[in-house]
Design a protein around this ligand. Structure first.
Ligand SMILES: Nc1nc2c(ncn2[C@@H]2O[C@H](COP(=O)(O)OP(=O)(O)O)[C@@H](O)[C@H]2O)c(=O)[nH]1
Ligand SMILES: [Mg+2]
Length: 291
């Protein structure tokens, strides 16, 4: 009998959850940046092996804040932890476990018997795996703990084997050739958003959402896709456009380059910038963006 399980990944912002999903899948299914709260949705990455299928749910991560957007992100995470067969708790070895780490751990107590823990970033000179281990065993004395690097791949085969061992028997949820359930329209928007996170600073990345507008197929099977980069205020438009259009050009070119690796047809982008005042406070917009 094959195994199959939903594995929700829990951890503080920037613990390396999205990097881990990409490393396990071997494809960029979830965007990554040094800016906390890059991930806004539950992104699914699927691992198919002879043992069976693991469906990883990358989650937005916990950020202690009462703002509407943050509350949404937190409820996306909490739902994923509730539904999952296994919760993979990722702890960043390079940071001291403070209040935020305590809050994440507390949200996982109900999943103690389904929990596997991993200490990430052991490749880093700043890593202190013993400090992380002490924290984890203090909260979850029974948990199996692995030391890994999502960046170098160290420890990942052992982790994967443990997850399959813990997975219940059952048929695959997705066809074997699937490695994500995301629609192309969403994946393209996410890649564009990653470039914004990588190249703009301070509040800018958090002020933007990427809206799909339109697309058409070229005769050569290429896809021309039109997206709007939507900001909160008029004054933010200039930053995204850049001097002489340099920023938006950079975002477009780098996104197109990544998309060439992901899709087997060419994707060309047409990007514009527009304002949607206070979109972060608008429930309808948030319903569309965060699910
Ligand atoms: N040195 C090191 N950096 C990592 C590792 N995993 C993730 N990172 C970095 O940590 C930052 C946050 O990663 P990300 O996957 O977006 O974290 P998330 O918020 O938990 O999804 C990025 O700059 C990653 O490159 C790792 O194993 N080692
Ligand atoms: Mg992430």
């Amino acid at each position: 009998m094959p195994k199959s399980a939903f594995v929700a990944i829990a951890g503080r912002p920037s613990a390396g959850k999205s990097t881990l999903v990409n490393a396990l899948i071997g494809e960029k299914v979830s965007i990554v940046s040094p800016v906390p709260q890059t991930t806004r949705n539950s992104v699914r990455g699927i691992v198919n092996k002879s043992e069976g299928q693991l469906v990883f749910l990358d989650t937005p991560g916990f950020h202690i804040s009462e703002k509407k957007l943050n509350l949404r992100l937190r409820s996306v995470s909490t739902e994923a932890f509730g539904d999952a067969d296994i919760v993979l708790y990722l702890v960043d070895a390079t940071r001291k476990p403070g209040d935020e780490e305590v809050a994440v751990a507390a949200a996982l107590f109900h999943a103690t018997d389904r929990l596997v823990a991993a200490i990430n970033k052991i490749d880093s000179p700043e890593a202190d795996p013993d400090r992380a281990l002490l924290f984890i065993t203090g909260k979850f004395p029974q948990a199996k703990v692995f030391e890994i690097s999502a960046l170098t791949g160290a420890g990942l085969p052992e982790l994967l084997a443990a997850l399959f061992a813990k997975a219940p028997d059952g048929p695959a949820w997705y066809p074997e050739e699937y490695y994500t359930d995301q629609e192309p329209v969403f994946r393209i928007a996410e890649i564009i958003r990653e470039k914004i996170f990588l190249h703009t600073r301070d509040e800018m990345p958090h002020a933007v959402y990427v809206s799909y507008e339109d697309s058409s197929r070229g005769a050569d099977d290429s896809l021309l896709a039109q997206y709007d980069l939507v900001v909160e205020r008029e004054s933010q438009k200039g930053i995204l456009i850049g001097k002489g259009g340099s920023m938006i050009k950079r975002i477009r070119e780098e996104a197109e380059k990544d998309l060439a690796d992901i899709f087997d047809y060419e994707v060309r982008l047409k990007l514009s910038v527009r304002v949607d005042p206070d979109w972060k406070k608008n429930d309808k917009t948030l319903d569309k963006l965060i699910y």
